[in-house]
Design a protein around this ligand. Structure first.
Ligand SMILES: [Zn+2]
Length: 244
């Protein structure tokens, strides 16, 4: 497993994005599948989550996962879930040392931290989540916990890029009506959507200026899971936490 971004530690805030290597899952989930709802052996997923947490210096029991449903609901958390994992696409915490995780394979993982307020958030933004506004909803939840957009650092991780994410013309138009910055064209000249560009435009509009975008396109990278490329495949994870 490698962490994709170099500047991963700012004022006690940590950001990490996995790639597909270094885990125990078999084909077609090889190797580091962190998704529990994609058909992989649950024991392998559990083992991978432990491996990833250890390599990040995290307690696997202090990582909060979501049941992601392409919506805009946000949960504020101060500890691991009980038996029931809520269906949300963003989690926000003011608890230092608690890691928040988001699963993706082409969708855009969004990690946010206000290190002064001690508030972190993780969000899952695919095309529906972009249009629904899950990232602005996560920022609003951070603000209610004392965060200030001008202090927030945002990182988006590996995701399908705007030159690869082909969609029908009508769908591009529909997305662009809500988020004009997401309008894109494939490298072969057909309609496309750039979800990550849309997320960054939403963050900019909210006053989040310290933003970083992973250059990795999951569909083009053999080191990353891509749902559009492989259909049955694993999930990458993005992790965010503040020093405890
Ligand atoms: Zn691409």
């Amino acid at each position: 497993m490698t962490v994709q971004d170099d500047a991963i530690h700012v004022d006690g805030a940590h950001f990490a994005f996995t790639d597909r290597w270094g885990g125990v899952s078999a084909v077609p989930y090889e190797e580091l599948n962190l998704g529990g709802a994609v058909g992989d052996d649950p024991a392998a997923v559990l083992g991978n989550r432990e491996l990833a947490a250890k390599s990040l210096g995290l307690d696997p029991g202090l990582v909060v996962w979501m049941n992601q449903v392409h919506g805009r609901d946000v949960a504020v958390v101060d500890g691991p879930w009980g038996d029931e994992i809520p269906s949300v696409d963003a989690v926000v915490t003011a608890r230092r040392g608690l890691a928040l995780a988001v699963l993706t394979a082409d969708c855009t993982p969004v990690l946010l931290v206000d290190p002064v307020a001690g508030v972190a958030a993780a969000a899952h933004a695919g095309r529906p989540g972009l249009v629904a506004g899950v990232v602005p909803a996560a920022v609003e939840a951070m603000i209610t916990l004392g965060a200030d957009p001008s202090r927030i650092t945002a990182r988006t991780g590996p995701a399908v890029c705007g030159r690869c994410y082909e969609v029908p013309e009508g769908m591009r138009a529909e997305v662009a009506r809500t988020v004009p910055a997401a309008w894109s064209e494939t490298s072969w000249g057909t309609p496309a959507v750039d979800v990550t560009a849309g997320v960054h435009a939403q963050l900019e509009a909210l006053g989040v200026r310290d933003r970083h975008r992973s250059p990795v396109c999951t569909l083009e990278s053999g080191d990353h899971f891509s749902y559009r490329r492989d259909r049955t495949t694993g999930r990458l994870a993005g992790y965010v936490w503040l020093d405890g």
